[in-house]
Design a binder for this molecule. Sequence first.
Ligand SMILES: Nc1nc2c(ncn2[C@@H]2O[C@H](COP(=O)(O)OP(=O)(O)O)[C@@H](O)[C@H]2O)c(=O)[nH]1
Ligand SMILES: [Mg+2]
Length: 314
Amino acid sequence: MFSNTKKSSKTFMSLNPTRNTWFKNISRLLRKERISPDSWDEAIELLVASDISYSTASNLVEEAQEAYEKKADTNFITASDYLKKAIFQHLNNSKSPIKTQKHKDLLVILVVGVNGVGKTTTIAKLAKTYMNDGNSVLLGAGDTFRAAATEQLKILADKIGCEVISQQPGADPAAVAYDSVKAAKARKFDVLIIDTAGRLHTKSNLMEELKKIKRVISDAVSESAIETFLIIDATTGQNGLIQAEAFSNAVDCDGIILTKLDGTAKGGIVISIIDKIHVPVLYIGTGESIDDLSEFDANEFTEALFESNATDNY
Ligand SMILES: Nc1nc2c(ncn2[C@@H]2O[C@H](COP(=O)(O)OP(=O)(O)O)[C@@H](O)[C@H]2O)c(=O)[nH]1
Ligand SMILES: [Mg+2]
């Protein structure tokens, strides 16, 4: 079932801390010839430590234990294989196609999330991905709250050879969205990506502002041509998850991008996100540079969590 994951892949490397801190121990524990009830309990604890919620962790372990005891799959030998399969299936359920192929009409991507999670950086990464696929990309500087935010987007856009539509600091972000969509349509761009502010001290205003931006976009293009991507910072753990829920309740989100996976040992957060927010994880951020974005692949991800040196398992 599992293909080999390249140990040099960005996904694999960004999961080094998660694997080395938690999953190596889980593999070791569940690769023994005899698995005691304590081992299953310990596996739950290790999953929870990697930021998977207790209820999900115990469901996954229960599923694995049942299948293991029944020897449900003749290809599998160890209990670890069964847990790996349970996790893979859980992650794979949330699959959804990513629209990176060349577009016939304008696709508008609205990027939302709390301050500092990596929205602006990820927009540059996404733009480059879409450009590499042959799309023309325009950016909208919808974070008008700080002058520095527009500057940051312009610097990144310069690096990848992309144009930015912006207004003065303090301008209405919905007006920027309007201008950007108008320009993108008039000049026949394939993709428009709109940045937004993420300040939380005015949370209800922010959510209203995002809804207004979405309304402005919906007036100009059809619903099916709008994607709202929610950015979540993997290093913020369960706290980040609560904030992300607030966003996804306010504006319908079509996909999640999980940033800074390289900066945490708690990569299990992916599983919690899929469980709590019910929105598919589309990409993962694996570093600070523009190329550090990978499509989320459930197989590659699971493989990277469980991959360990065979000699220390048997
Ligand atoms: N290590 C790492 N850092 C990231 C990643 N994505 C973003 N960052 C960093 O996170 C910080 C905040 O990013 P920014 O895009 O300004 O966040 P925004 O406030 O949501 O727009 C910057 O220092 C980025 O370089 C990632 O995947 N990995
Ligand atoms: Mg920003």
